[in-house]
Design a protein around this ligand. Structure first.
Ligand SMILES: C[S@@+](CC[C@H](N)C(=O)[O-])C[C@H]1O[C@@H](n2cnc3c(N)ncnc32)[C@H](O)[C@@H]1O
Length: 425
């Protein structure tokens, strides 16, 4: 018996009244909020209660009694169990609407900001768009964890991934089906510049798993490099991506956006909104492999990038050279500490933090620097909205533009455009 008057394993039939932030349907049972994954607004569904918390419960869909007209075939045999994506069962247009609303809710409720979110920029592709996948391995099984569990769902094909990654997955599957191994995880990245692959293996016995390295070298046609437990054991440890007319080397532990074609649109939009000029000095916080820094460099006087991952900074310095760029400097370190040391007058800040958003202390320094514009790029509307809330006393939030970098999932990227408030006379 839970604290509330429903119990585990009880079965109910209810109408879905909303979708929560992560795309699960919401209904009420005896006044209690219940979240049911893979259900849609307006649907009447039968479900089993699977978890009871203090203020809400979770259920598992048993049967759709009355489907929504927005329901689509998932076309994925693993969809029911796999945690890889969560919105394959709703039309792409409705997913875009959901993502806009999700951003709007965050901005209004968390940031307490009045701005109306702009129309979402759709993805160029809704399937086979991802250039990176991280698989879990358990003996002869490889795949993703189930939604909300640590139970491996063994998969042979993922509809989100680029074909090259699915092809490599098949070869790795063959290996682990035939060979005893101690592999725990494998990440595959595909580079669009040379159509090549990076395979990054994590094993608890690398001596034994050196065998897979030889196997992959002969079987994966477009394999460029293999990393085993953080050590490059074949090739030179990176692949190359092209974005916005420039080439970017990207090491196994460096960040690169996962939807390469839509990334071009993301960066183009961010740069257009920044309205850069030749005299501007730009700060690129959380600069990764230097993508934004290098792309904006031709429009401005100077760019300073700050990034914590050493290999990403090495990549960024190399990227600057291969693209013949001389007005960009990269600093390796924690953005929160390094931003304090900037002596130059900064005109524009591009900030593209990890999911947890920008450290409060770094925001305080951004406000002290007081650039005329901040372009805030984020893959997490919740932390973005929080940070915009901290900045809104000094900055007008001019635009918030969602970008669908992650079709078929509840995730959404955003570009926020902030302008320093003019002083009233
Ligand atoms: C969302 S990525 C953005 C990278 C880059 N702007 C791009 O578009 O490819 C966030 C980056 O922040 C870096 N990062 C995370 N924590 C950091 C910190 N405290 N200081 C500096 N960089 C950090 C990560 O390594 C990652 O490269």
């Amino acid at each position: 018996m839970g604290l509330i008057s429903i119990n585990i394993d009880e079965i109910y039939e209810e109408k879905i009244i909303a979708l929560e932030n992560e795309g699960s349907g919401v209904c009420k049972v005896k006044g209690i909020t219940v979240f049911i994954p893979k259900t849609l607004i307006g649907e009447e569904v039968r479900f089993r209660i699977t978890e009871i918390k203090k203020n809400f419960a979770r259920g598992k869909l048993i049967k759709i009694l009355k489907p929504s007209k927005e329901r689509t075939e998932s076309l994925c045999p693993y969809y029911e169990e796999c945690g890889g994506c969560d919105l394959r069962h709703q039309s792409d247009n409705k997913n875009l609407e959901f993502k806009c609303q999700k951003v709007q809710n965050a901005v209004t409720r968390i940031g307490k900001i009045n701005s109306k979110v702009s129309e979402i920029i759709p993805s160029f592709k809704n399937e086979n768009y991802r250039n990176k996948a991280s698989f879990k391995v358990e003996e002869d099984r490889i795949g993703f964890y189930g939604s909300g569990t640590y139970q491996l769902v063994d998969i042979s094909y993922c509809r989100l991934l680029e074909d090259e990654i699915n092809d490599a997955l098949s070869i790795i599957r063959n290996y682990i089906k035939e060979h005893k191994n101690n592999i725990k995880a494998i990440t595959i990245k595909h580079g669009n510049a040379m159509n090549d692959l990076l395979i990054d293996i994590y094993s608890i016995n690398d001596k034994q798993d050196e065998k897979i390295v030889e196997y992959l070298k002969t079987k994966v046609p477009n394999l460029k490099t293999i990393v085993l437990n953080g050590r490059t054991v074949y090739g030179n440890g990176y692949i190359s991506q092209i974005s916005n007319g420039l080439m970017f080397n990207c090491s196994f532990d460096s960040f690169f956006q996962v939807n390469p074609v839509t990334t071009e649109k993301l960066y183009k939009t961010a740069i257009k909104e920044a309205k850069l000029s030749k005299d501007d000095v730009v700060l690129d916080l959380y600069s990764g492999t230097g993508t934004i820094s290098c792309i904006v460099s031709k429009y401005v006087k100077k760019v300073i990038g700050i990034e914590i991952v050493k290999d990403a900074v090495l990549d960024a310095n190399c990227n600057k050279m291969i693209n013949n760029i001389s007005n960009v400097n990269f600093i390796c370190g924690d953005a929160t500490l390094e931003i304090n040391k900037i002596k130059e007058k900064i005109d524009i800040i591009f900030v593209d933090p990890p999911r947890k958003g920008v450290d409060r202390k770094a925001i305080a320094v951004m406000k002290k620097i007081a650039p005329k514009k901040i372009i805030y790029i984020s893959c997490n509307p919740v932390t973005m909205a929080r940070d915009l809330g901290y900045l809104k006393d000094l900055y007008d939030i001019k635009k918030i533009i969602p970008v669908d970098m992650f079709p078929k999932t509840n995730h959404v990227e955003c570009i926020s455009v902030l302008e320093f408030k003019r002083k009233e006379n």
